[in-house]
Design a protein around this ligand. Structure first.
Ligand code: DLL
Length: 433
């Protein structure tokens, strides 16, 4: 058993957790009923009044909230406090129609940073550590969340943000960074780069990594641990609920503890919406019970996972979730950025192409690649190499502006992409994750 950031809460008895959740859920339902017309209408339509929700056992009576609800209420119609009381927004990487804006009060940020601090202490972090935060800073929650957590623990925080690999490695060596926070694919890339520079794992000052925001396999964990000479831990979260730290891995490296004093987790059958017991695979649903500015009732994450209340060797009592095992929608996570095929299609149609395209995702040297093959229409077909290259560059720019990341574009001859008799196979994901 290691150290804890908030032992009393992290190791609370099942009874204490239930009591906390009961009280906070009832108060949260009243809070949204009083302050968010959208929720009041939704609850009224379901025939529910705040006094019907006395605690966690009544949770299943509440209607779900979906990403579509968030989009329909863009940007601030779900905010449950006066805007004057909000001090920050963060936002998802999806653009236009898909963008979600999450609002925070000062207290919301404080509690979010507690969650991230718990994750840092769980991997052995203390004020003696140097914590390099190589997640992106800005609208993405990764950088700001772990930065705040690192401050709370008292680590020397190195806010490198993502990218600029040489500088990352320089700081790791010069500042003797012990904890690295970034996406697992970037951690693997850093490891490869250091290996190429001739650095041996035992010469690298790092001892632990907190890696999340995208799927990664146990094989990838083993590789990263070997090349960097560290223990690699998972961390989960989503912008809608605050960001990283909704759940985090402990010393056991077997699943992530959900911070149950802030979030009630359920797993439901994605088709019927019926709650499923521990051990069964289904869609992960969260209710945020402490967030004041942007509370969510039974939010459908679209992530597929399994919950477990089995006793954990680390001494923490909060329920554990497996790594997300897939998604119920078609969202791809490419270099940490959420990409929907429909966004790519929107750009192609806007630029005068038809919906004959294929998206090929792969992982080369531990970095995700995104290639889009697009058919030219017969009307605009050309075999002039210069002209093709000009048009490809045009599409690369339009896609970058929509997605926020670079996609390689190849224009192909009319009718060269295989037509499907059933559902079109738009996405070929060759990553082994
Ligand atoms: O990715 C928040 C985050 C930042 C988590 C840093 C961990 C570390 P979004 O950009 O809103 O937020 O994307 C949320 O990413 O619904 C999952 O599908 C996926 N995801 C997040 N963490 C993991 C993980 C951040 N550890 C979406 N494993 C979620 C697999 C993850 N997928």
């Amino acid at each position: 058993m290691g150290a804890y950031f908030q032992e009393e809460i992290e190791c609370a008895s099942a009874g204490k957790i239930k009591q906390m959740q009961d009280e906070r859920l009832a108060a949260q339902v009243k809070h949204v009923w009083d302050n968010v017309p959208f929720y009041r209408k939704k609850l009224e339509e379901a025939g529910i009044k705040p006094e019907d929700i006395k605690g966690r056992d009544d949770l299943h009576k509440l209607p779900f909230t979906t990403k579509a609800d968030l989009r329909d209420n863009y940007p601030d119609k779900l905010v449950a406090v006066p805007l004057d009381d909000c001090v920050r927004i963060q936002s998802t990487s999806g653009t236009t129609g898909k963008r979600v804006v999450a609002y925070y009060t000062k207290e919301d940020i404080d509690l979010w940073e507690d969650c991230c601090a718990r994750a840092i202490v769980a991997v052995g972090g203390s004020k003696k550590d140097v914590c390099q935060v190589s997640y992106g800073y800005g609208l993405f929650t990764g950088g700001p969340g772990l930065n705040g957590g690192s401050h709370k623990v008292g680590c020397l925080t190195v806010p490198t943000s993502s990218g600029n690999t040489d500088r990352q490695i320089m700081f790791i060596n010069d500042l003797k960074t012990t904890i690295l926070c970034c996406t697992p694919s970037y951690a693997a890339y850093l490891g490869e780069s250091m290996k190429e520079m001739g650095m041996k794992p035992d010469e690298i000052p790092l001892k632990a990594g907190i890696f999340g925001a995208e799927a990664w396999s146990e094989e990838m964990r083993n590789d990263i641990q070997k090349t960097l000479g560290i223990k690699a831990y998972d961390i989960y979260g989503l912008t809608e609920l605050s960001g990283p730290g909704v759940a985090f891995e402990c010393s056991e490296q077997k699943g992530m503890h959900v911070n149950e004093d802030h979030f009630i987790a359920e797993v439901v059958d994605p088709e019927t919406g019926e709650p499923l017991p521990d051990g069964e695979k289904g869609e992960l649903i969260f209710t945020s019970i402490t967030k004041k500015a942007f509370p969510l009732l039974r939010y459908r994450t679209r992530d597929i996972c399994i919950l477990s209340h089995e006793k954990c060797g680390c001494g923490r009592t909060h329920v554990k979730m497996t790594k997300p095992l897939g998604r119920t929608d078609d969202m791809l996570i490419i270099r940490g950025v959420n990409v929907f095929p429909s966004q790519i299609e929107t750009v192609l149609l806007k630029e005068g192409y038809q919906a004959n395209y294929q998206i090929i995702v792969d992982r080369v040297n531990n970095t995700d690649t995104l290639d889009v093959h697009v058919e030219m229409t017969p009307e605009v077909f050309t075999d002039n190499v210069g002209e093709i290259s000009r048009r490809q560059n045009e599409l690369v720019a339009a896609l970058r502006s929509m997605l926020g990341i670079k996609a390689n574009v190849t224009l192909v001859a009319p009718k060269s992409i295989i037509r499907s008799e059933g559902k079109a196979v738009r996405v070929i994901d060759n990553r082994k994750i």
